[in-house]
Design a protein around this ligand. Structure first.
Ligand code: MG
Length: 157
């Protein structure tokens, strides 16, 4: 059996006047996530998990935040490049498990739309995607959020 596992983590501070996007889904909240790109920390964590599983360079190496090409970039671009590398290597996704750590906004009302968005982006069934919202409970600072992802790939040749 040829399996590979990857882990991804990302955190961003909140920023006024920017839309909040997580997993490609627009979330109703007065602040977005600071960052060179659109700040979609969930897509960044998934992209890094995918790249990590493949042993490829990480998201910061492939898409440096000093590079003006990625200014305000749609983070789907990063994910699609990681997927392209995965397919080129003959792997497909078995499942992924994600955690969004945030006191605000509440993630539960958006869980299903995020799963649907990820299912379309990654071309895997929704049953293979888990999204969990966790409150911070004293962990780290209040003015932002963090995302974690583990992903399992299988070689199909
Ligand atoms: Mg990021």
């Amino acid at each position: 059996m040829n399996l590979r596992i990857g882990i991804g983590f990302d955190s961003h501070e909140f920023q006024e006047g920017k839309p909040l996007i997580l997993g490609g889904v627009r979330i109703e909240f007065p602040k977005g996530l600071k960052g060179h790109s659109d700040g979609d920390a969930l897509l960044h964590a998934i992209t890094d998990a995918l790249l990590g599983a493949l042993g490829e360079p990480d998201i910061g190496e492939l898409f440096p935040d000093k590079d003006p090409r990625w200014k305000d970039a749609d983070s789907k671009v990063f994910l699609l490049e990681a997927l392209r590398r995965m397919e080129q290597r003959g792997y497909r996704i078995v499942n992924l498990d994600c955690v969004i750590v945030a006191d605000q906004p509440r993630i539960s009302p958006y869980k299903e739309s995020i799963r649907k968005s990820l299912s379309e982006l990654l071309r895997v069934p929704q049953e293979s995607i888990s999204i969990k919202g966790k409150s911070r409970e004293g962990f780290c600072m209040d003015d932002g959020l963090a995302c974690l992802c583990t992903i399992l790939l299988i070689y199909e040749g």
